[in-house]
Design a protein around this ligand. Structure first.
Ligand code: PAF
Length: 284
């Protein structure tokens, strides 16, 4: 194994300091672990674009609501380490919660506006948790570039806003959604799905692809596309829609007429087993 696993902030800072002395550029992929091909694509892109790559694996309690899946979130450090190693990462930062949130912790990062819709509405406090931990991770790793998946499109937009607003000295790179062969967007949470629910969950990607086709064929009424996607998802009794929205991709605000850069995003509870998200972005 070439990749090294460290658990303390001091160890990460020492490694980065040594790389900086050698004039190396640093890429960073923040994750919550249980890595799949989506994460792998981010790591490989970072490896291709930077001299060294750091991956963080930290299931961040601050971004989970009280009734969410913090306790059951899947973890497998051994498999994650192998994946990181094979993808060419140099360092894994795998801190305990106490290393990230020491006694008396009381500073938070909030991004307003962009977080008033979609997952920001259905998961109160989620983006505060994401922005706070990502800020901490950026301060610890001090990367030149950081890589995020477009599956979490709102998260990506929020992080970009935060980096611009707070003059953070790095570039944020968004990377395309990676799907299973049958269309299901890769997610660590797919592991919660029973075989039957997983099969039924294919309706999510099928429905948004249908919505995309409607727009490609000229439909410009957002309400019609949203309704068609909802009707299609609702053909499965196991799917419970949290939201189907079409928003301006820059402001995350709902739109009525489809034009410009748009994001169509869905969140669905699959048979009470997992909350799945998926989306497509388009320039119209
Ligand atoms: O996308 C994720 O896995 C998490 O939200 C992140 C960015 C690692 C912060 O905990």
């Amino acid at each position: 194994m070439n990749v090294k696993v460290v658990t303390t902030v001091a160890e990460v800072k020492a490694a980065v300091k040594a790389w900086r002395i050698e004039g190396k550029t640093v890429g960073f992929v923040p994750t919550m672990g249980y890595l799949h091909e989506g994460h792998e694509s981010l790591i490989k892109k970072s490896v291709a674009e930077n001299d060294v790559t750091v991956v963080s694996i930290f299931v961040n309690p601050m971004q989970f609501g009280p009734k969410e899946d913090l306790a059951s979130y899947p973890r497998d450090l051994e498999a994650d380490t192998k994946l990181c190693n094979n993808a060419g990462a140099n360092l894994i930062f795998h801190p305990e919660t106490s290393e990230m949130y020491q006694d008396g912790f009381s500073s938070y990062v909030d991004v307003n506006g962009l977080t008033n819709s979609l997952c920001g509405l259905s998961r109160p406090g989620h983006f505060r948790g994401v922005c706070t931990v990502v800020t901490k991770l950026f301060n610890i790793v001090t990367p030149d570039k950081a890589y995020f998946g477009e599956k979490d499109a709102q998260q990506l937009a929020v992080i970009k806003r935060m980096v611009t607003d707070l003059n953070m000295n790095l570039e944020i790179i968004g990377c395309p959604i990676i799907r299973e062969d049958d269309g299901l967007a890769k997610s660590s949470r797919n592991t919660y799905l029973s075989p039957n629910t997983r099969q039924e969950s294919l309706i999510i990607s099928k429905s948004i692809f249908m919505g995309k086709k409607m727009i490609e064929e000229g439909e410009r009424d957002a309400a019609k596309v949203i309704q068609a996607i909802k009707d299609s998802i609702n053909t499965s009794k196991l799917m419970d829609i949290d939201y189907v929205e079409i928003v301006d991709a820059n402001t995350m605000e709902s739109i009525t007429e489809i034009k410009g850069e748009i994001l169509c995003a869905v969140a669905v509870r699959a048979n009470g087993e997992a909350r799945l998200i998926d989306n497509f972005m388009m320039s119209v």
